[in-house]
Design a protein around this ligand. Sequence first.
Ligand code: HPA
Length: 268
Amino acid sequence: MLTAIKEAVSYIREKIHEIPDTAIILGTGLGKIVDHLEVEHVVDYQSIPHFPVSTVEGHEGKLISGKLGEKRVLVMQGRFHYYEGYEMQEVIFPIRVMKLLGIKTLVVSNAAGGMNPEFEIGDIMVINDHICLMPNPLVGKHEPAFGVRFPDMSQTYDPELLQKARVLSKELQIPIREGCYVGVTGPTLETPKEYQYLRIIGGDAVGMSTVPEAIAAHQMGISIFAVSVITDLGVPGKIQKLTHQDVIKAAEKTAPKLTELIINLITD
Ligand code: HPA
């Protein structure tokens, strides 16, 4: 695996000479950040050795480097989900690549269902903890180059970035929620009882991504800031039939606010 990662890193370094220290993974319907990006280089996932290729509607497979204001960033447009059939090793492959490229901070966005009864559709929830109900991505042979065998997860989401988000939320008047994201495999959305269960165990929102990436990044010492857009509600009395299109639509509506928050967080 390490050899494959190093080959991918070498290829990307040939295409992108100046690697930034911050990377962003764009989730469902949140691709609009790219419109604010002064694009310098675009690398198709397909061209990168050993890189998986995204299959989900609304997810594009491109690695983009460019400037957000004065700040150079690396953007992953399109990510890999366990429910697509990838092995967890493949899901976190890009995160390993980022570490070896020299990325220090990772910003991740996703769409999620809200179980917290105070939440509304369109809310932005900054993730301050998670519950992993997916296969753990670190199961398997231990590679010391990536970090310790038993990584501490008591503070997976960078407290300084969380604090910065709180301050920016007030300054920019973009309300945020904070909470615990439960990572599930999908691809089914939850039954009412499943939402209830996820609430009881401590979840505020549920989704099918982010946790594997956060675990891998944290093991390697990358700072993480992760944020969910609440696209539907898993709250008794508020549960409605849901399609993937509904999720994308709701995420797109919140995208401008989230984009503004993330741009400020990164460039401040
Ligand atoms: N459940 C799981 N994943 C999701 C949801 C949900 O309700 N909404 C968006 N992604």
